[in-house]
Design a protein around this ligand. Structure first.
Ligand code: NAD
Length: 518
């Protein structure tokens, strides 16, 4: 199939099959973009009810001034519920948003092939089934493409345009262009488990679940740390919102589809909650009780930093610079001598020989042994620049640290402007560990041709509202530092889960050699 044999999709009639949450949203967006939209659902009356509801939504948007006067009625007039699929002849594009079941989707597309023009484009909104598998058995599998919208469809900008093994490039490009005219931001993806967003996002949940399994910190502390890193919701409150049954099912499907790769292994913590019916907000109890929600976090008790004689900030880069400015000010207030040591193998603070060290992936016990300093604590990577005052930050003392330095380390973090939250002494703590794993997954997705670097960044920012794309973090953090965190986790946990993506290794080697990889 070449571009010239494709029907012109702009303004052409669109058939949407499935009038549930997603189908109704897709129908609304297509109607607002000027298409005649035919909506069909196997449940009698469902399509008509959805059209009526869309009409009300559009009228509400117009009343609030979000769309121009007259647009609601014009869009609603373009919407038509169908009593039978046979009435859809003449649609140039069919978008399926029916039940997430391979056999049902295959059967529907076979039926549509017999009904629609041979050039019509067939699109599936599946979130987890292989587009290649859905196309199997079609007379023209090349005209089937994934058009993966995000919920709620009218608000979420991202569309993953998913190509199966047989999808024609021209078909994927036509859907890409069409999505743009619908006000969306399309990103090309290869049909692989979880596509882009549902795959790269796995560590956001998985690392928190692993930390909970290790009893590293309570859920509200992990949430506070990741919110401080710029995420709108912490992983625990987010899993409570999504529903643990849904989140666990997606995790299982990605795990199975990846031949039980340990990287995607589901968590016992979540399975117990699902088994116990603690599904999150919808059941009134998940990590937190509802409607109350998460309890407030309790910061580490802090003593006074008075009495410090000599303070030095080690390391270079934005974190060291921010620490230096805050520490210099704190020292001036205490009459302590302040020194800046830029050329250093570690970043952090030295207070009369005791140390607060920025996580490089190793835990405090390892750093204490490596530096020969018992009074040592490690703190998490603050990724938000400039760091807002009172920013939650995980830290952990080395087991060999004195009680006095445990108090003083928290006091110094507070004096530097953080809200110190003590967690167990685990490699990469909370934010560094989670971000490194998100970057690692994104790197593997690019390595495997699932998406481009730009596609991964756009998908994560628009599909799940991440504060930055994984490759933007990588750029700011530095590939060698990210690899160091992953290597520390890998060495500590001794399993396949934290293996470093070859893409990152290649780029780390290139950074060291100064030659960019092709
Ligand atoms: P839903 O249950 O709200 O709606 C599905 C609708 O399809 C129902 O109204 C049902 O009656 C109808 N239906 C089922 N089988 C049918 C058939 N053979 N022919 C015609 N109608 C049929 O589901 P949803 O959440 O809208 O999800 C629909 C699809 O979109 C699924 O493939 C899902 O994986 C995918 N998706 C869902 C989300 C989400 O957040 N809900 C996000 C992205 C993609």
């Amino acid at each position: 199939m070449t571009t010239s044999s494709l029907p012109r999709l702009q303004g052409a009639p669109v058939l949407v099959v499935g009038a549930g949450i997603m189908g109704a949203g897709i129908a609304q967006v297509a109607a607002q973009a000027g298409h005649p939209v035919w909506l069909f659902d196997m449940r009698e009356g469902a399509a008509a009810a959805a059209c009526e509801q869309i009409g009300k939504t559009l009228a509400g948007l117009e009343a609030k001034g979000r769309i121009a006067a007259g647009q609601a009625q014009a869009a609603q007039a373009r919407l038509q519920p169908l009593a039978a699929l046979e009435q859809a002849r003449g649609a140039a594009l069919a978008i399926e948003a029916i039940v997430e079941n391979l056999d049902a989707k295959r059967a529907l597309f076979r039926q549509l092939e017999g009904l629609l023009d041979p050039q019509a484009v067939l699109a599936t909104n599946t979130s987890s089934i292989s587009v290649t598998a859905i196309a199997r058995g079609l007379q023209a599998p090349q005209r089937l493409v994934g058009m993966h919208f995000f919920n709620p469809v009218p608000l979420m900008k991202l569309v993953e345009v998913v190509s199966g093994l047989q999808t024609d490039v021209a078909v994927a490009e036509a859907i890409f262009d069409l999505s743009r005219t619908w006000g969306k931001v399309p990103v090309h993806a290869k049909s692989t488990p979880g596509f882009i967003v549902n795959r790269i996002a796995r560590p956001y949940y998985a690392e928190t679940l692993a930390l909970l399994l290790e009893q590293a910190a309570p859920p509200q502390v992990l949430d506070a740390c990741l919110r401080a890193a710029g995420f709108r919701m912490g992983p625990c409150e987010l899993m409570d919102l999504i529903g643990h049954d849904t989140n666990y099912a997606v995790t299982n499907s990605v795990y199975e589809a990846n031949f039980f790769d340990k990287r995607f292994v589901p968590s016992l913590v979540q399975r117990e909650m699902v088994d116990g019916g603690m599904l999150g907000r919808k059941s009134g109890q998940g990590f937190f009780r509802y409607p109350q929600g998460a309890p407030a976090v309790v910061a580490s008790p802090t003593a006074s930093i008075a009495g410090a004689r000599a303070v030095a900030v080690y390391g270079d880069g934005p974190v060291a610079e921010a620490l230096a400015a805050a520490a210099a000010a704190a020292c001036a207030g205490q009459g302590a001598a302040f020194q800046r040591v830029v050329d250093s193998a570690w970043t952090g603070l030295d207070v009369d020989g005791a140390r607060l060290v920025l996580s490089d992936g190793r835990c405090a016990a390892q750093l204490a042994a490596a530096q020969g300093v018992a009074d040592l604590a490690v703190f998490d990577r603050p990724v938000v620049q400039p760091m807002p005052p009172g920013m939650a930050l995980a830290w952990a003392p080395a087991p060999q640290a004195s009680p006095r330095w445990r108090e003083q380390a928290a006091a110094w973090l507070a004096a530097l402007g953080f809200l110190p939250l003590e967690v167990a002494d685990t490699p990469g703590l909370v934010v560094a560990r989670t971000l490194a794993m998100l970057v690692n997954e994104a790197a593997d997705a690019v390595l495997q041709g699932v998406c481009t670097v730009e596609g991964a960044d756009a998908a994560m920012k628009l599909g799940v509202n991440y504060p930055a794309g994984p490759f933007e973090w990588l750029q700011a953090w530095g590939v060698e530092r990210v690899v160091a965190v992953l290597e520390a986790l890998d060495a500590y946990c001794c399993g396949e889960r934290y293996r470093v993506s070859p893409w990152l290794r290649r780029h780390a080697a290139a950074t060291t050699s100064g030659i960019a990889p092709k």
